[in-house]
Design a protein around this ligand. Structure first.
Ligand SMILES: [Zn+2]
Length: 242
């Protein structure tokens, strides 16, 4: 149920019975040597749309750009400053709220957005008493972590993970036909240093962009399973909060 594919009278009609909207948010940033730069917004959008179908809830167009300053040492990364992202989140929520949407589920695909979205939520709640704001980072859902632990063990890592790469492999197989995947990748550094890192520090610490992950474990089948697991878990959270 993509909001962008409806007319204003249809949206007005929807609002008579539901005031809930799903809002995918991600980033455009490097995802290691084999992952797509759009991974975070693509995965969030796929999962949000699945939830939208299951729960018959409108899905707003994705916020593709996120706070990715630390990935700027790699080509293709596009970042918003935290201040800009706060403004974007606030403006989008307030636009939809003016029309009658009052419950927002941000389905997030990027860890670097969490602090900034939370800050935007604090601002919004100061301005509008009756908003219900939820932030669900799909890759941190218990059910997703359990699946990844089982299948990828300690090779899941923290960035450019086989889990998120699997979701894009399932949804956009043609994007992977352009590359010949290497047989193996060097062991990715696992330990975290201080945080946040500058773009230079990040590239020096994680030279190919991976953080402890082995994305060669990714498959389209894992992707299909993870989309179902994540969307079921999010549906469960929506039901629980009713
Ligand atoms: Zn990611």
């Amino acid at each position: 149920m993509k909001l962008s594919r409806y007319t204003w009278p249809q949206i007005e009609e929807y609002l008579k019975s539901k005031q809930t909207v799903l809002l995918p948010i991600g980033s455009v940033e490097q995802h290691g040597p084999t992952g797509l730069v759009g991974t975070d917004f693509l995965t969030a959008t796929t999962i949000a749309q699945r939830v939208g179908i299951k729960e018959e809830i409108m899905v707003a167009p994705p916020l593709c750009y996120g706070m990715s300053a630390h990935h700027m040492g790699f080509c293709g990364t596009i970042t918003l400053s935290p201040q800009t992202l706060i403004h974007v989140v606030c403006d989008v929520v307030q636009s939809l709220s003016q029309h009658g949407f009052k419950e927002f589920y941000f389905i997030n695909g990027h860890g670097g957005n969490i602090a900034t979205i939370s800050a935007a939520f604090c601002e919004l709640k100061q301005k509008e008493n009756d908003l219900k704001l939820h932030l669900i980072s799909w890759f941190l859902l218990d059910e997703v972590l359990k699946y990844q632990d089982l299948h990828f063990k300690d090779e899941n890592g923290h960035h450019a993970t086989p889990g998120e790469v699997s979701v894009t492999m399932h949804t956009y197989p043609e994007a992977f036909e352009r590359q010949t995947l290497p047989r193996e990748l060097p062991l990715a550094k696992k330990e975290r240093t201080h945080w946040p890192l500058s773009p230079q520090e990040f590239r020096k610490t994680y030279p190919d962009g991976r953080m402890g992950s082995n994305p060669l474990l990714a498959t389209a089948d894992h992707g299909r399973a993870l989309i179902e697991i994540a969307s079921d878990a999010i549906s469960g959270q929506i039901h629980a909060s009713r």
